[in-house]
Write a protein that binds this ligand. Sequence first.
Ligand SMILES: Nc1ncnc2c1ncn2[C@@H]1O[C@H](COP(=O)(O)OP(=O)(O)OP(=O)(O)O)[C@@H](O)[C@H]1O
Ligand SMILES: [Mg+2]
Length: 363
Amino acid sequence: MAEATEEAVREALAGVEDPDFGADVVTLGFIHDLSVNNGQVRFTFGPDTPLCPSREAVAERCREAATGVDGVTEVEMHAEARIQAHQVQQGVQLMEGVKNVVAVASGKGGVGKSTVAVNLALGLARCGAEVGILDADIYGPSIPRMLGISGKPSSQDGKTLEPKEAFGVRAMSIGFLIDEETPMVWRGPMVIQALEQLLGDTNWGELDYLIVDMPPGTGDTQLTLSQKVPLTGSVVVSTPQEIALLDARRGYQMFQKVGVPTLGIVENMAHFICPECGHETGVFSEGGGEKFAADYDVPLLGSIPLDPSIREQSDSGHPTVVADPDSRQAETYLAVASAMTVEIAKRGQDQSQQFPNISIQAD
Ligand SMILES: Nc1ncnc2c1ncn2[C@@H]1O[C@H](COP(=O)(O)OP(=O)(O)OP(=O)(O)O)[C@@H](O)[C@H]1O
Ligand SMILES: [Mg+2]
């Protein structure tokens, strides 16, 4: 039998395409530390995404491809996420330790933005990522209720705040700090200052993804936030009606204006699933999300059905992804999370932290 060479194994791995990226794993830089000795192959499968089910399937195909090479007797594959920090708006610095920040936004209120944001965060955590969620919805903070957490955050040094934790996700909310009546009287600049502090003064630790649940709409406050918060990208949530999609377009355009890419759109309450019989029916006009995605050349990350159990679960502090992890709905949220990480991985990496030791000395 011919002896297996590193070249032959690399070639076999180059035949494994990751369908989400439309490229092979070698070109994508997912294969690390490949070695071949006396028929024993060792390598690390290290994608720039968490190990969600779709990526794990690719990892398995890599193992099979290596096993199939002539002369290979043993394959030792180690799979680990190697999530990188990606570019943010020009002139804005990423926070230390926080690799990617994603704003979940909507053109109008009540479309299910917070429900998507929280299930997205839980989905990422379930795939093994380090995840935080910042509730920036000063007008109606809902993350504490959805994650079943409350009370003032603690501080170890009197300067920074410790995030609260639920289901493996670190959370900070303006709702922890103020009573519900207060924010209505706050003016724009106060809101922005409060949120900048909340973002910057929280001890997030090391995060792969920080999800920011934005206040609904596209007014001055939202615009300023999208300029000041270091954002890798945005996810726009919309219901499928014409009018909601019109608002979603405004959301997309707001992010365009400040140089933040829209990673994709999530269509919520797209169709109704009958709790009695499980039958699916359209509620609003269908295909709106797809049309939006096509018009603006942004991916449709997923379509979430209108399902009363989604509301019941998040109202009770156990959102769908943790309340009913094997349900079709949880799978859809997980697919949205996975698709979002793929879109992030396709973006350019952050260069500013590549040379952390270089600083300009001032006399
Ligand atoms: N797919 C869904 N099926 C059924 N109910 C849903 C779904 N998504 C969200 N809801 C419910 O709709 C209501 C509004 O959702 P949510 O609070 O997430 O919207 P929002 O866009 O964040 O609203 P706001 O603009 O007030 O912040 C909530 O009661 C939520 O539980
Ligand atoms: Mg909300």
